[in-house]
Design a protein. Structure first.
Length: 310
């Protein structure tokens, strides 16, 4: 049996990003499971295409999390004390670069569809630009995954660095454009004085949530990009990029599950109080109704009469 290579003095610079990135990845997977349960319980009547998107992304994230567990076992268990294991990507080429590229592309296309709904045909050129950026960064991530797998190292020269820059820059630009367009529609409606009605209030809440979540994913992309540019010989970037896919998948489900509070607010708003004059004291007719989230069913509560205060 050959002797193990000596442990380099910068071992923490290699092991720490891999360890903490995967720990945060597993933590966000737990949050994703909760979000999926909430979605399945409350929105079973969603359109089939939307449910297919949600469950397909969850399947990919489950596969990614399982493979990241295999990565941890390879780096820190079977390869304990062997620096050659730590500098080998193992399954990271597939579970981080390729799977997360598909997840981010799907979620960004979903938000582009929402921009199309809000802006109409006039926003086609911006939707095209966002889709182009998303497709380019996904292609760069796929290519980087193949390149990393072939060379079996995290850092393999300028080619991988260039692919990482294209991947992270394209993803960041797409997220910033999505957030910027949502902010534009938000401010435009406020400027036209359309934020006073209840329906406008619901729309503005949805837009504000999309802005916040896309700013978060763009911020992680910027941090990852800076780590690649400032520390080209280190693998610090593997820590934030390990959670890229989980951020996008959680963003999608949080956006969809936010309809719960909107539905509850709608039910409260639909409570109508009607005063009917009877003798010296009017009667209050309190009628309430609650609509399902997709508008497929309506339930009406019994009408209650009570004497109003004089």
């Amino acid at each position: 049996m050959s002797a193990l290579p000596p442990i380099p003095p910068n071992i923490t610079h290699i092991a720490a990003p891999l360890l903490f990135g995967n720990l945060w990845n597993w933590t966000l997977y737990g949050a994703l499971v909760v979000q999926l349960y909430v979605y399945s319980y409350n929105f079973s009547d969603d359109k089939k295409l939307l449910k297919l998107l949600v469950y397909a992304i969850f399947f990919l994230e489950t596969l990614q999390t399982s493979l990241s567990g295999a990565d941890l076992y390879y780096w820190f268990v079977s390869g304990y004390g062997d620096i050659r294991h730590l500098v080998t990507p193992y399954a990271t080429s597939f579970d981080v670069l390729m799977i997360e590229a598909v997840v981010s592309l799907s979620v960004q296309f979903f938000f582009v569809y929402r921009i199309w709904i809000l802006g109409g045909k006039k926003s086609w050129w911006l939707c095209f630009i966002i889709c182009l950026c998303s497709t380019i960064d996904a292609a760069a991530a796929f290519t980087g995954g193949i390149y990393t797998h072939v060379h079996s190292r995290f850092a393999s020269g300028g080619t991988l660095k260039a692919l990482a820059i294209v991947w992270l820059l394209g993803s960041t630009i797409a997220d910033i454009l999505i957030a910027a367009m949502m902010l534009y529609y938000y401010l435009a409606r406020m400027h036209r004085g359309m934020g006073g009605s209840f329906n406008d209030h619901i729309l503005l809440r949805i837009v504000r949530l999309i802005i916040e979540t896309n700013v978060m994913t763009a911020s992680v992309g910027i941090v990852s990009l800076l780590l690649v540019l400032i520390f080209p010989r280190e693998i610090y970037y593997t820590c934030p990029t390990s959670i890229f896919g989980k951020l996008y998948s959680n963003t999608l489900l949080v956006s969809l599950n936010n309809r719960i509070s909107l539905r509850e607010a709608t039910a409260i708003n639909e409570v109508e109080v009607i005063s009917l004059p009877v003798a010296t004291k009017p009667l209050q007719v309190v009628a309430s109704r609650s609509e399902s989230n997709m508008g497929t069913s309506i339930e009406r509560s019994p009408i209650a009469y009570k004497a109003a205060a004089p």
